[in-house]
Write a protein that binds this ligand. Sequence first.
Ligand code: PLP
Length: 499
Amino acid sequence: MTSEQFQQAAASSAEAISTYYNTIASRPVLPSITPGYLQKLLPTAPPTEGEPWSAIERDIERAIMPGVTHWQHPKFMAFFPAATTYPSMLGELWSAALSAPAFNWICSPVVTELETIVLDWMALMLRLPESFLSRGEGGGVIQLSASDAIATVMIAARERWIRRQLEREGVKGEEEVEDRSCELRGKLVALGSDQSHSSTKKGAIVAGTRFRTIITHHADAYALSGHELRKKIESLKAQGLEPYYLTVTLGTTSTCAVDDLQSIAQVAKDYPDIWIHCDAAYAGNALILPEYQHLSEQLAFVDSFNPNMHKWLRVNFDAALLYVQKRRDLTDTLSITPAYLRNQFTESGLVTDYRDWQIPLGRRFRALKIWFVIRTFGIDGLRAALRHGITLGDQFAGLVRSRSDLFSILTPPAFGLTVFTVNPQKGLRPMLRRGNEVTKEVFEIIDGQKEFFLTSTVVNGVYAIRLVSANPSAEEKYVREVFDILVSTAEDVLRKREA
Ligand code: PLP
């Protein structure tokens, strides 16, 4: 492709993408193809000769679009959003244009320097405690996903725990250190609540340690409490095991519960060797809003914190921000410098080499899209975008409450997410497990219709429907429409059951 051809192709792509966004609501939110559909549409072997862009472009509508789930569609109310915007797409384009696996500062200095600057900007916007900023001992780094952030900090936590223990025991000598480290590793336990995301369990598999869950209760809206945490730590220690890591969650996946950070902080004081990571993948973004910043203050005790801008803050996947209070906690474990990576800048200690803050070596220029988005929206624009989703969530929760004969809200609506069940019989409350069958039936009917995309969850044995309408195209009229469909479906199901 020549420069001229690129200009034409890029202009034509920009036009097609903006048309896609302008008309997205007219498409079905979910694809209606069957598995393996693409094999039938594409040749079995690659082309021998190159094809013109016009031929490739035609296949976007013919072959690609039929298999797309439209996450930016106003009827997409499933999981959590994965928002994207034009400035973010332009960031991806420029990042691809300047392609470099920028593992060291010297590989492309701007990749590192812009990352440090935008992560500090975000720390200020989120009002994180000062210690998470790069001007002190902490700092932020962009990771691929919340799961990567968790696996990375869990490995750093494991090694930090072992280093401290070896020092206490005075173990020295290469073989002795290795042997004792292996013994100690066998006792280590990672912790998360029964509501923490499955990535914590996966992280423990990656780190090669045990994983135990801590119970949460309906009465606490499924938030982890310091009381349950202490009980679990004490019981594990009594068994000769050593908790070394804990995920606390600010916005759990099922219900957006916020763990009781204040009571957990009290327990954490007694166990300073446990690394505490705050998984705030979705809801953490809300800390840019002053009305949520009382939570920012409560993060002073966590070792690491991760909000995913790619969920809610108008930056496309991937943009998981990982902040640590002490960057040495990462680099002491993850820094290795074989001869070919040595250079005067690294040796000088004046530059950051983000390869030492992550598991892979190479890294993309992801700061660019974050920079473009922050500058295009400004703090006010980003705040307005999040408030829009939260307001729609409150409106939906209000509608659900207005039909308390049909529906029950499972946990207080939070961050735009409403989790609710269908009452087992009209007017009959409470719902809890007795409503499981009917809630599942209503969900499955709506899922099968593919008009809206919602998700279901099971919380402590209760089957519930989750609805979050927080992507950039979300609108009140769709929230009302989905509510009307829920009402008529629930009424039909109950009528049939009563007949
Ligand atoms: N943590 C929470 C609270 C989540 O809700 C999710 C996914 O929705 C994750 C972690 C995993 O996110 P990722 O896909 O970035 O690994």
